[in-house]
Design a protein around this ligand. Sequence first.
Ligand code: NAP
Ligand code: COA
Length: 268
Amino acid sequence: MADERNASFTKNLMAGKVCFMAGATSGINRQIARRFCLEGAIVYVISRSLDKVTATVDELSSLGTEAAGKNVDVRSYPDVEEAVGDCIAKFGKIDMVLAGQAGNFPAGAAQMSSNAFKSVIDIDLLGTFNVCRATVEHLNKTDGNIIAITAPQGSSPWMYQSHVCAAKAGVNMLIKCLALEWGPSGIRVNAISPGPIDDTEGMRRLAGSTEQLKKTKDSLALRDLGAKDDIADAALWLCSSAARYVTGTIIEVEGGTSLGDASGALKL
Ligand code: NAP
Ligand code: COA
């Protein structure tokens, strides 16, 4: 599946919008940042690795818009707050927030330490709370919107993913609570649940071999992996006025993952 939607489709959908994006220095989230920049957004990225932040900021700046960032671990609230302050000092406002950071490794619950479980809960769930909490006062001034990136594990149990299932289920409930509390202030809060997305760290960790990839594709209703741009398209829609009445939802861009195993289904 092609992963670069043509820049000539650019319609400046995000012109002048300042986006604070956690975990946007690789994979799916970086592609969202790239697409947003191609649509005229100004982007501030955070993640732990300074090298990844620097490389992403360089790339995004080369797309003809402004970008900046900071190496921050979302598990530290004071550090997230400091990055938000830096974003405001540089760009003056925040219109949109992405909480896309995550940690994942396959491990049985009986083989995983308490700290291993905690590390994923803290990155995915506490990190999402931290990013939303630290930006809300700024989103209140712009009628902004939040997108969290969740996963199919948040709505059904998976083997060797108890930490991720628990964390993403928490994210799914958190965004609904925030949507309820912050909607009256004009802030929309939604999540996107990607299915298996080609050429990502997540897929390398969960289905790294050719055999596993084939099995994954064969089990899906749509019989193919998704592209990073499929998620970027959904994010663009959620940020647009076309989604102005949408809040508290989880948009499944999953190729049918949560519908169940379609490997027995015959082609018509
Ligand atoms: P990825 O490339 O590994 O991206 C993860 C990002 O989060 C990186 O930028 C990473 O940068 C950052 N990050 C990790 N821990 C962090 C922390 N403690 N503080 C701040 N930043 C942190 O992953 P991906 O596969 O593209 O997945 C992206 C999102 O999509 C995740 O939320 C994942 O759960 C979701 N998802 C992915 C798939 C898939 O098929 N890949 C399917 C369903 C859902 P640093 O290393 O620099 O911190
Ligand atoms: N199986 C079982 N336990 C594991 C593990 C694995 N594959 N990988 C790490 N752990 C355990 C560690 O042993 C440690 O537990 P301990 O202190 O009891 O030994 C705990 O998890 C924390 O590990 P650490 O490496 O200190 O955490 P970190 O905060 O530096 O990194 C991770 C977080 C573990 C989630 C790491 O995989 C990561 O940085 N992931 C980000 C990228 C990613 O996962 N992308 C895919 C997104 S879908």
